[in-house]
Write a protein that binds this ligand. Sequence first.
Ligand code: ZN
Length: 94
Amino acid sequence: MQIYTYACTDCGSFDLMRPMARRDETASCPSCEQAGRRVFTAPHLGRLDPALDRAVTSAGRSSESPGVTRHVPAAAGPPSPPPRRPDLPPLPRP
Ligand SMILES: [Zn+2]
């Protein structure tokens, strides 16, 4: 499914997500339900989800100039034992 732009003669342009096979069909305007014709526009590259856009930008920046660690992070301590489950029998002791 792709996003295509259509133009209504009364309301202006509107976007619609539809299969590529139906891209050249007229689309019903969401406001007045008139048939709108497809309009050719630049690719909708700027319409990424903001969180996804930040992640992609950060990954690109990191691949070009990765961050440098100047100190070893503090130890987190020994791992904590898993929580006890009273519904299970205790393990045998050696
Ligand atoms: Zn309309």
